[in-house]
Design a protein around this ligand. Sequence first.
Ligand SMILES: C[S@@+](CC[C@H](N)C(=O)[O-])C[C@H]1O[C@@H](n2cnc3c(N)ncnc32)[C@H](O)[C@@H]1O
Length: 292
Amino acid sequence: MAGSKLVLEGRISIISFISGLAVIIIPLLVNFGSHVDWIFDYLTDVNGKIAIAAYITVINGFLLIIYKGPLYKVAVRACFLGFTFGCGLTLSFADTTWTHFGWYMCSLSFFHYSEYLVTAIINPRSLSLDSFLLNHSVEYTLAAVSSWLEFTVEKLLVPEIKQLNWLCLVGLVMVMCGEGLRKAAMLTAGSNFNHIVQNEKAQSHVLVTTGVYALFRHPSYVGWFYRSIGTQIMLCNPICILGYTVASWRFFRERIEEEEISLIHFFGEDYIEYKKKVFTGSPFISGIRVNS
Ligand SMILES: C[S@@+](CC[C@H](N)C(=O)[O-])C[C@H]1O[C@@H](n2cnc3c(N)ncnc32)[C@H](O)[C@@H]1O
């Protein structure tokens, strides 16, 4: 991989993500006087909303003219994620009680975009629109929508629990560490990493046991697990903190067992030896039992 060029889809996704992200310059271009909370004024102002809507419409029009068919589908998704990141960033710096939701918007859009970009770098042969993980599963979508609903309802009924700054910071740190660990795992495993668990061994598939794989057997799942709980801590969503913890723990317990059956089939004794030495990384998950 070293020295090789990023595939066309990857390059288009970067341009499109930045085009969406550039929405942050709109409030900077418009002079709203010397208000301290001028970004908040801008966000709530009708003209501000019209400017944002006009911006995204124009950018989408450009993408539609420049890119055709499958390339447009990549561009529009990356642009939407960049736009969400930009709106989240603007909200984060605004003088509003929605700051932590702004952090959440940034973390969610960054996660989905970086999954695509890193896949384009490490394993372009497996790259597809699914690499954005936007349509991961019905359960995943339901979990996301539930967290937005819980945040909104509690913000209306018990607004004080949404302002626990220290807790939001703990969540933010968990999100950043989890995200970092996941991306480190993807970059370490390289072309051996695939969003779809492989049941047939590719000729080039080798067992990775170095870097973060020397610390944990399933570092990308560890990262995802803590990152997803971190998003709910950041939003101070008590119901979803519990729900996300239980649901993701069950999901990864099953997933790790299934994956390890294939890995033992692929690498035999080498994987069994590796399994003896290195912990899965997830609490109370030991992986597939092997009789030796
Ligand atoms: C979504 S990746 C997850 C990798 C790993 N479970 C983790 O959490 O970092 C799934 C793919 O990685 C492959 N894989 C998992 N562990 C591996 C290892 N130590 N070396 C090489 N390939 C591995 C599996 O065969 C599967 O196709």
